[in-house]
Every structure is written in C-alpha cells, then in structure tokens.
Design a protein around this ligand. Sequence first.
Ligand SMILES: Nc1nc2c(ncn2[C@@H]2O[C@H](COP(=O)(O)OP(=O)(O)OP(=O)(O)O)[C@@H](O)[C@H]2O)c(=O)[nH]1
Ligand SMILES: [Mg+2]
Length: 234
Amino acid sequence: MRATVCLPTYNERENLPRMIEALRPVLRDGDRVLVIDDNSPDGTGEVADELAAAHPFVAVLHRPHKEGLGRAYIAGFERALAEGAELLLEMDCDFSHDPADVPRLIEAAENGADLVLGSRYVPGGGTRNWGLARRLISRGGSVYTGLFLHMGVKDPTGGFKCFRRQVLEQLDLDSVTPRGYAFQIEMTYRAKQAGFKVVEIPITFVDRVVGQSKMSRSVVLEAIWRVPLLRVGR
Ligand SMILES: Nc1nc2c(ncn2[C@@H]2O[C@H](COP(=O)(O)OP(=O)(O)OP(=O)(O)O)[C@@H](O)[C@H]2O)c(=O)[nH]1
Ligand SMILES: [Mg+2]
C-alpha cells in the first residue's frame, strides 16, 4: 500500500534535510513525504522546496500562517488523500520519532490495523532524555484522557501514527478543530467511535536535540478542557 509521511514543520530548517535523508532508505517505491510548512520564519519552506526539487518522493504544502499542528495535518491529509495515498503517517520533524520505526507502523497497518499508534506506554516503549516535568505531563495526560474517554489506549497524546485512508475519509476532518495534544486525542477517539481497529506498537520517544519545541501551556490547557467535551459529544 502506498504511504505518505506527513511532516509538519515550523522552524525546522536544520532538522528537515537530515530527516529526508533518514526517511529515504526506509520508504518503498511509491511512498512519499509531504512537508507541510506554515511559512516558517527561519526559511524551512525554501529548504523544503530545494529538497523537493532534488528528490521526486518529496512534496511541499506551503501554508500562509502558523495555525497549529492540527490544522497543518488536516491540510496535509486532504492533499495526500487527493493524491491517492492509501496509508497516511503523522510524524514530527525533530527526531523525537525515529524514522527507522516507520516500516513497523506501515507493517501494522498492512496487517489489519486501521490506525496504528506509536506508543511510549506499552511494553517495549519509552522516552529518552525527558525531564521529570515532561514525563509527568505526558503520563498525566494519558491518565486524564483514560478517565474520560475509556479508549483502552495507553498513549493517547502521541503524534507518531499511521492511518488507513478509509479512516480519514470517514471522519469529518473539517470539523476537527484542536491544535495540539487534543488533536491527537480527538483523532484517535473519533476513529474508535467509528469502530475502526486501533493498535499500539512500542516506540522510544527521544527529546529533540536541534531547534525549539512548540509545546506550550496553551496546548496543555486546550487538551484539559476539550477531553471532557469529547466525552459528551461536542
Ligand atoms: N506546519 C506546522 N508545523 C508545526 C506547528 N507546530 C509544530 N509543528 C511541527 O510539528 C512537529 C512537532 O512539534 P514540536 O515543536 O516538536 O512539539 P512537540 O513535539 O509537541 O513538543 P516537544 O516534545 O517539546 O518537541 C515539529 O515537526 C514541528 O516543527 C504548526 O503550527 N504548523
Ligand atoms: Mg517535538
């Protein structure tokens, strides 16, 4: 099945060329990378254009403003679906997600999962180089989400995923509005509600070395108020 790795970028000019190089050997013929850049002030968009000119498997979607991860992914999904992708992956461009894990996510989808989650909290998974505060926020987010949504998912806030195209076609993407962690939670919740098969596979999440995190207090707060609302169907 043809896969497209959707790679949102905001100020990742140092990471992006290395990421494309790292993805190249793990992708198969017909697989693609779609960079979704929100007009990064550091010029990541131009770097992406140069990479796309050099590598036929790379394409770029330029967006005019930073609107958060959720909107960037939805725009990328719509493009990749229109271009015929059968599997659509979400992945960060900061090497927190190991490109070498991409074939395992794809394999799990090809073996019957509708949505594959790279999971830090199943046996064999974990985090590396994260301080206590980040570990607590992440664990707390999983527990909080579990209390309200009962999804049976150990790592609902993760952003290393592989969707079968049918899942994205069936969910009403335009009505998915969150930007940060809440986006990840809502996509998985909606997939579960629609009866799709969600499978977690272990990954190790490594804190970024280069560039700056866009994680913010507002991203955490958004998840805190949105998760209970999801439960009541709003
Ligand atoms: N296009 C686009 N990409 C974004 C936006 N916000 C973050 N990203 C990208 O999304 C990926 C994940 O963002 P990070 O800044 O690493 O945020 P995070 O992974 O939630 O937080 P950390 O774990 O602290 O790194 C990276 O590739 C970012 O460049 C955005 O508003 N638009
Ligand atoms: Mg990150």
